[in-house]
Design a protein around this ligand. Structure first.
Ligand code: F0G
Length: 465
């Protein structure tokens, strides 16, 4: 008998109707948006795969919990519920709420990073690195080399290269390294996981040198699932227990609740060190709010507490990862170039290989994302030369090795039928890829240009019919 199929481990109680525009309407919307998917209006989008951040569907329990949110300025009951959830599931002693992940990154970097410091990490994330740099630090990528190769098939492509970390410690000295920032999973590498063994080794090495290990726990539950699936000895371990062990190899974490904690807004900073906690309490009031709300409404804290418990349900997380894979497998089958293996939250199309008739300075990933919208109303995100910006010294475009279009799957929002629509569109575009033209940039903002830049086709049309 073939493998028995499974379905979404939830049923639908409220629906949000989707707008489906005609090809002509989409063409107009795309022109209005300057061929930049960030500038499209959500009402013009059919299936929105721009990000998995803050786009999760909440459960009926979470919606119910909004009603019991305690909006007291200080000492809210909802805060205690959130604190309890983080302590129970993540295992850290101290927790501070923040409005989202970057709020926690700001506090951590201000408290620990000094001028001339180095912060090693397994590939950068935009906001995380920005806070390290704003405080005078230099980010150092210590991820394994294979993470930069879309075709390298490894179970744990997010792992730290211990030699790189060891060499950095030798080179600059442990006292210049305030902490190692370990992302589980690694967003920019394609949602790739870190193995438990690697976490343990990183932690042991850092302990020897008195360096803290701080996780970027944004997609930690997805990472735990890959460990259960791929690392010997964990096949029968509940996700909750795997997570607990993961966090035992760290001193604290920053968290964007907008991803794995299944809420639309919120985050936290957590740690075991009392002294760091005391200093964080002093700083959180400057940037976020009282230590018992930290930029969140009581109802948001209530919903996040509930989301944290739901996120470690084994059926939920299995379906989550399998849905991303359901889309990815169809694309692999059709020979679409993409980052492999398929990661936890997204499919990353390899736009350079997809549109190999375009030079990188014709913005292949931007053009592909625009063509995908035009073809089917599916919104994706450019992660390539536009996102990488310009070199500060030379003024030239940074030309990243990975030129990608990210199809990011929101949690519990779409069914596998939606994934089929996406797959059909990508596959058809691949068949007529040579008709997709390059773009030129007509307006370029000086910072974080990908958000607001405007483009137009180099030739008459983006996609010839
Ligand atoms: N760390 C990682 C790995 C992230 O992916 C993000 C956000 C953050 C930190 C910051 O969290 O948005 O709550 O302040 N990633 C979103 C994305 C924006 O689309 O990948 P935040």
């Amino acid at each position: 008998m073939t493998k028995r199929r499974t379905a979404e481990p939830y049923k639908i109680k409220a629906v949000e109707p989707l707008n489906i525009l005609s090809h002509e309407e989409r063409k107009q919307a795309l022109e209005k948006a300057g061929y930049n998917t960030f500038l499209l209006d959500s009402q013009d989008v059919y299936i929105d795969l721009l990000t998995d951040s803050g786009t999760s569907a909440m459960s009926d329990q979470q919606w119910g919990s909004l009603m019991v949110g305690d909006e007291a300025y200080a000492g809210s009951k909802s805060w205690y519920r959130l604190q309890e959830a983080v302590r129970e599931v993540y295992g850290y002693k101290y927790v501070l709420p923040t409005h989202q992940g970057r709020g926690a990154e700001n506090l951590l970097s201000q408290l620990k990073v000094k001028d001339g410091d180095y912060v090693p990490g397994n590939m950068y994330f935009t906001t995380t690195r920005a806070h390290q740099e704003l405080n005078g630090g230099t980010f150092v990528d210590v991820i394994i080399d294979e993470a930069h190769d879309p075709n390298a098939e490894l179970d744990f492509k997010g792992n730290v290269d211990l030699n790189k970390l060891q060499n950095l410690i030798m080179e600059v000295g442990a006292e210049r390294i305030p902490f190692v920032c370990l992302a589980v999973t690694v967003n920019m590498a394609g949602g790739q996981p870190v193995s438990m063994a690697n976490m343990r080794e990183v932690y042991e090495l850092c302990q020897e040198h008195g360096i803290d290990v701080m996780y970027d726990a944004t997609r930690c539950v997805e990472n735990a699932y890959f460990i259960k699936e791929r690392e010997p000895g964990y096949q029968n371990t509940p996700i909750k227990d795997i997570l607990k062990e993961m966090f035992a190899y760290s001193d604290g974490c920053t968290m964007s609740g907008k991803k794995d904690a299944l809420v639309n807004i919120g985050g936290f900073l957590a740690m075991n060190d009392e002294e760091l906690y005391t200093r964080s309490r002093e700083l959180v009031v400057v940037y976020e709010g009282m230590p018992t709300y930290g930029g969140m409404a009581g109802r948001d804290m209530e919903a996040m507490a509930q989301g944290i418990y739901e996120s470690v349900d084994d059926h939920y997380i299995e379906h989550r990862i399998q849905q991303v894979r359901y889309l990815g497998d169809q694309l692999i089958e059709a020979g679409i170039p993409m980052v492999r293996p398929i990661g936890g939250h997204a499919i990353f199309l390899d736009a350079r290989a997809f549109l190999d008739h375009l030079d990188q300075d014709q913005f292949p990933a931007q053009a592909l994302a625009a063509a995908l919208y035009l073809d089917s109303g599916v919104r994706a995100m450019e992660r390539g030369i536009v996102s990488a910006g310009r070199n500060k010294e030379t003024g030239e475009h940074n030309k990243p090795k990975l030129e990608m279009v990210r199809l990011t799957i929101p949690r519990r929002v779409y069914t596998n039928n939606h994934m089929d629509v996406v797959a059909d569109s990508v596959i058809e575009l691949y068949q007529k890829r040579h008709q997709i033209k390059g773009l030129q940039m007509d307006y370029e903002p000086p910072t974080l240009r990908f958000f607001n830049a405007r483009f137009s086709p180099k030739e008459v049309a983006l996609l010839e019919n």
